[in-house]
Design a binder for this molecule. Structure first.
Ligand code: NAD
Length: 371
């Protein structure tokens, strides 16, 4: 009798390394009521609350629940974590003798919490309100003099993450869609990571299933509670993937496009994903088969992702995000400038096609097989 490798092609004897990250996670509806208990668990007595403009009300609630453990609030977080903002927040940390952080918001607010933790080692509790997934990673991107650099350190990994589905209910439909595709990108790239492993692969496929099912529904019915729950669950899993294994072409391109052309984070991820996956497809046939299964299509996973983009009303292309056409060749040069691992070798002509297609908002093309 022939014995075949299990679903995913991993046989139990294929060697791999897996390292779990030690974040405590609470998931559900109304879970923000646990903030004070979690602060007590971490033995925090002077908590600084970080939040953005949409979450002033939730922040006031959390401050009052924290009671005597509440020490101050900072609402100045900005996209891409500028170091000058971190420095202002650090002055407050010192002045108010802060011993822990509560961050309420998307990747920008979480980024500030992580930047403070990097410099102080303060414990963090994070209440995510988007699907960006930063809360599950030991990664911090910071901007100094307009240049964004990324580092990995366990110091920035939040101690506790409280996922409260209620906090995502008012995330606007359009932002929900692209933020969800940002999460989808973490899961997709985890499937073909150089250090992929069966645990992360299982989480990634589950994440793709949950997000693919939920995002089109949320776009039509933003208050659909089950779909919101699935999307947040998928985003959590995708965040674990991002934090555990290395990313490739898709994330590198988005990092370059965001940093160099100032394109918005989630929208850029949504636009690039089908094209980056199509580019890598010839090198990863087994991943493509698994992705089709998870996306519930018989073939052409990049086309299925493109179709989800259309359903959620993602921006048509990089041009719609404000990138000028003369940026295309610059983006290609930047993508080739610092070599990094990718399942398929980077070829200038084909990268030009990829970014041009993404710029125009065309459907992803098929690329020839690898040699
Ligand atoms: P964001 O945090 O900037 O939020 C986008 C906008 O949505 C903001 O205006 C915010 O106020 C608003 N918003 C957030 N939640 C809302 C809600 N529930 N209702 C209404 N409005 C809401 O954007 P993001 O996409 O969450 O995060 C992007 C940032 O996170 C980038 O700087 C990116 O580099 C970083 N990031 C880092 C990692 C990592 O692992 N280090 C991972 C993903 C993203």
């Amino acid at each position: 009798m022939t014995y075949q490798a299990g679903p995913g092609g991993f046989s139990t004897i294929s060697p791999f390394t897996y390292e779990a990250l030690p974040t405590r996670v609470l998931f559900g509806s109304g879970t923000r009521a646990q903030v004070a208990a979690e602060a007590a668990r971490l033995d925090l007595s002077r908590v600084l609350v970080l939040h953005g403009p949409p979450h002033a009300g939730v922040a006031r609630q959390c401050e009052s629940e924290l009671g005597a453990r509440y020490a101050g609030t900072f609402d100045g977080a900005r996209m891409h974590t500028p170091v000058e903002v971190t420095e202002i927040a650090l002055e407050q940390v010192a002045k108010q003798r802060i011993d822990g952080i509560l961050a309420i918001g998307g990747g920008s607010t979480t980024g500030l919490a992580k930047a403070i933790a990097l410099r102080t080692d303060l414990p963090q509790i994070v209440l995510p309100t988007t699907y960006a997934g930063s809360e599950m990673t030991p990664i911090l991107g910071e901007t100094r003099d307009g240049l964004k650099t990324t580092l990995r350190s366990l110091k920035v990994l939040p101690e506790t993450v409280i996922y409260d589905i209620d906090l995502t209910m008012d995330l606007p439909a359009a932002l929900s869609g692209v933020s969800g595709m940002n999460a989808m990108a973490h899961a997709v790239e985890a499937l073909y990571a150089r250090d992929a492993n069966p645990i992360v692969q299982a989480l990634a496929l589950q994440s793709v299933r949950a997000l693919a099912r939920a995002l089109p529904v949320i776009s039509e019915q933003p208050l659909h509670r089950e779909a919101r729950g699935d999307a947040l669950y998928g985003a959590w899993l995708a965040g674990i993937c991002l934090g555990t294994v290395g990313m490739a072409l898709h994330h590198k391109l988005c990092h370059t496009l965001g940093g160099t052309f100032g394109l918005p984070h989630a929208e850029t991820h949504a636009v690039i994903l089908p094209h980056a996956l199509a580019y890598n497809a010839p090198a990863i046939p087994e991943v493509m088969r698994q992705l089709c299964e998870a996306l519930d299509v018989t073939h052409d996973a990049p086309a299925a992702l493109h179709a989800i983009n259309r359903k959620i009303g993602a921006p048509a292309g990089l041009s719609a995000l404000g990138m000028a056409s003369d940026g295309i060749s610059r983006a290609v040069e930047l993508a080739l400038a610092n070599p990094y691992w990718n399942p398929r070798a980077l070829a200038r002509d084909e990268l030009m096609q990829l970014i041009t297609d993404a710029w125009r908002g065309d459907a992803p093309r098929s690329y020839p097989g690898t040699d």
